[in-house]
Design a protein around this ligand. Sequence first.
Ligand SMILES: Cc1cc2nc3c(=O)[nH]c(=O)nc-3n(C[C@H](O)[C@H](O)[C@H](O)COP(=O)(O)OP(=O)(O)OC[C@H]3O[C@@H](n4cnc5c(N)ncnc54)[C@H](O)[C@@H]3O)c2cc1C
Length: 302
Amino acid sequence: MEVKKLKKILNQFGENVKFEYDLKKKNWFNIGGKSKVFYRANNLKELVNFLKVLNNEEKIFILGAGSNTLINDNLFDGVVIQLAKNFNNISLLREEIIVAGSAVLDNSLSNFAMKNNIGGFEFLSCIPGTIGGGIKMNAGCFGKEFKDILISIQTIDNFGNIRTIPSNQIKFNYRENNLSDNLIFLSASFKGYSSNLKKIEVEMNKLKLLKKKNQPTKIKTSGSTFKNPIMQTEKKVWELIKESVPLDKSFGDACISQKHCNFLVNKGDAKFKDMKKLIDFVAKSVLEKTGISLEKEIKILE
Ligand SMILES: Cc1cc2nc3c(=O)[nH]c(=O)nc-3n(C[C@H](O)[C@H](O)[C@H](O)COP(=O)(O)OP(=O)(O)OC[C@H]3O[C@@H](n4cnc5c(N)ncnc54)[C@H](O)[C@@H]3O)c2cc1C
């Protein structure tokens, strides 16, 4: 749709809608250009209305914390939606069952569970995304994934229809699920087990230390770039990269982390094309050396 028409029909959403909005600061890589429209959805009623007004006539991308997303420097010819305010609530439904909005950070859910003496959420303290992004990615670490604690998800489609989907109707695999890319996750319910604050705290600190030991921190990255090719080899993807790629390779300011070579890093002002070149170079080098075709874990908004 033309910007002029969009401005007219989206006028009712006031300050929550921005045009030609810069996405660079909205992702961990700190890379990217602008989005034709950016919409900050503060509550469900307004989001339903927004989607109905758009009537599925625009490409939609839903952005969480942007910790797994690489964004193109060119204008995204569509609408980026970020959930805020009311989607940030967490509550204890009943014993060991927690309901969290999709904008809640994994770390906040982990802390909430700890304060309520609920175990099983410790691993979330090590993942820097939101609940929405975590469900989409079936994010996980230390042998646990989102699917292990999820009971159900509340979703909305591009036409504004809301549905609750029990997790046993969703097929989760390693870093993916079989739900349509057109669904926005609104909230989710999770189940843990009875534990105690002290025990949970000890476990959480242990995991955080382990993570710090093995992965770089305080850098501009999206975490693991490629998935472990679990169907093709028992080797971890970082092992394949280490034996196939010169680790000092860089394109512009896009380089490979010396601490964890599956983490690609923007060491300054890397451009999208630099990072994309590095991703392609790593994948090509691994394919040539090992015959294994790597699949990207990170999502690319183009
Ligand atoms: C330093 C670092 C460490 C990391 N460690 C781990 C790790 O240990 N384990 C791991 O699994 N990942 C890890 N990651 C990757 C990342 O944190 C996870 O994939 C996280 O779950 C992404 O969440 P997000 O909110 O940032 O998602 P985004 O990057 O914002 O989005 C990722 C995908 O989810 C979709 N999405 C986001 N919100 C919604 C929603 N509400 N509804 C529908 N779709 C949605 C987006 O459209 C996109 O396709 C790490 C990343 C970094 C930077």
